[in-house]
Write a protein that binds this ligand. Structure first.
Ligand code: GAL
Length: 462
């Protein structure tokens, strides 16, 4: 896989994290609570009652983390800003200490020659906005998000040239408002579509502000990151092929079609009717073309089979969306190895997904803003050999090379994650990091995969 310079010139090699998962300092220096701070306090919501209160203590140790990335030769760092750290009540009064923290982090990165990639929303909504506006279900949420985004462009845009508005609208909508397993914990067959609608509107409004008021002088780019698994037809029957296509449209095209084509996929409208909100003509115009690049988080693949006659999921909630809406049954092959998340390792699914995006959206520049795996790493003599993780990355990077060779424009790759961190409802039980965080001291120790990644970057770094 790692033949000399086998990735395109200027390919961006990065690592990714998010605020709630690593920062800690959950109420430090004037930060307000987020919906994840609250969700973690509800018994039974998070594995063993874990919280992000301290997490990796990145809020106090960010200089160590930047030094670590520099040592590994990592060229770009994708992190998120905690909205309630800079706007404790979500709107209005600004917390200067929060602004100072991100200024210091950005300066430290630039000093180390690392390009900051900033996500504005990685799920830690200010709790005040959940109470006051019903979070992503509320009419006013797009304006609140735009006020927050504006503040970030204003304070950080002189140095931050890569912005991601929303991380994984699908997860926010389906897991937060459909299955209710992520904050704010709401279960409903209909509300995910409303939440998704407001997320798209918020994204587009923030992009408009950036393009009108900042991009001309600051010269950066802005986009959204969506997540998608690959869906492979279980058999080559036309019904299963249509089911796999439908599953991808309910997953990725739900959010990408409005941005690249101006409206939701026809199959969603046919099946959901009025349960799927509609955009006004002015909103369609605002949303279409609102991403300078295609941000993609990709982790796994499943088989898809037509279930119009027999929906084995047996409930409105299924893996991959609200399954009764799609009539798709999902499964994995017993031959596929699984990660600790029980996600199948299928590198060719990544290649096929990249090719699907390229065909459907007319060859956009793609950044893989997350890819990675959790394993039950064993510590031996203070070291983690994590051979499975290295094999995972070799497989997926190989598939990305194949996609590039076939004409797909992948321009960068961010490993999830730099550090073992708070893995949402799984707490600290799932380890995605290429670095582990020593218990007690919170010292960072690179795993073998970190050294391996440093080698890949050195070979392909141009
Ligand atoms: C993504 C998410 C990350 C991380 C990862 C691994 O969906 O953006 O925050 O948790 O999955 O599960």
């Amino acid at each position: 896989m790692t033949k000399n310079k086998s990735f395109p010139e200027n390919f961006l090699w990065g690592s990714a994290t998010s605020a709630y998962q690593i920062e800690g300092g959950h109420l430090s220096d004037g930060k307000g609570p987020s919906i994840w701070d609250v969700f973690c306090m509800i018994p039974g919501k998070v594995h063993q009652g874990d919280t992000g209160n301290t997490a990796c203590d990145h809020y106090h140790r960010f200089r160590e983390d930047v030094a670590l990335m520099k040592q590994l030769g990592i060229k770009a760092y994708r992190f998120s800003i905690s909205w309630p750290r800079v706007l404790p009540a979500g709107r209005g009064a600004v917390n200067q200490a929060g602004i100072d923290f991100y200024n210091a982090l950005i300066d430290e990165l630039l000093l180390a020659g690392i390009e900051p990639w900033v996500t504005l929303y990685h799920w830690d909504l200010p709790a005040a906005l959940e109470f006051e506006l019903h979070g992503w279900l509320g009419e006013g949420i797009a304006d609140a998000f735009t006020e927050y985004a504006d503040l970030c462009f204003q304070h950080f845009g002189d140095r931050v040239k890569n912005w991601i508005t929303i991380n994984e609208a699908w997860v926010v909508a389906i897991l937060g408002y459909g299955h209710g397993v992520f904050a704010p914990g709401i279960q409903s067959p209909d509300l995910p579509y409303l939440a998704g609608h407001n997320l798209l509107k918020a994204h587009a409004k923030a992009v408009q502000v950036y393009r009108q008021n900042y991009q001309p002088q600051q010269g950066g780019k802005i986009g959204i990151t969506n997540n998608c698994d690959w869906r492979e037809p279980l058999t080559d029957s036309p019904a299963d092929q249509a089911a796999a296509e439908r599953a991808l449209e309910f997953f990725l095209a739900w959010f990408a079609d409005p941005i690249y084509k101006g409206d939701y996929p026809a199959v969603m409208r046919e099946r959901l009717g009025d349960r799927l909100p509609s955009f006004t003509p002015a909103e369609k115009e605002l949303i279409q073309g609102s991403s300078d690049f295609f941000g993609l988080n990709h982790y796994t693949t499943m088989y898809a089979a037509d279930a119009s006659e027999n929906n084995a999921a047996g409930s409105v909630y299924g893996n991959g969306g609200l399954s009764a809406d799609q009539d798709v049954n999902l499964s994995v092959s017993p031959d596929w190895a699984l990660t600790a998340m029980q996600w199948a390792i299928v590198p060719w699914g990544c290649r096929k997904l990249l090719q699907w995006i390229t065909a459907r959206y007319d060859n956009p520049p793609i950044y893989i803003t997350e890819n990675g795996c959790a394993f039950d790493d064993q510590l031996r003599d203070g070291k983690v050999a994590d051979l499975e993780r290295i094999a995972f990355f070799e497989g997926y990077l190989g598939a990305i090379q194949e996609a590039i060779a076939s004409g797909v424009k992948v321009e960068g790759y961010f490993i999830w994650s730099l550090l073992d961190n708070f893995e949402w409802a799984s707490g600290y039980s799932k380890k995605f990091g290429i670095t582990y965080v020593e218990e007690g001291t919170l010292r960072r120790v690179p795993k073998a995969s970190a050294e391996w990644y440093a080698g890949v970057i050195a070979e392909n770094g141009w």
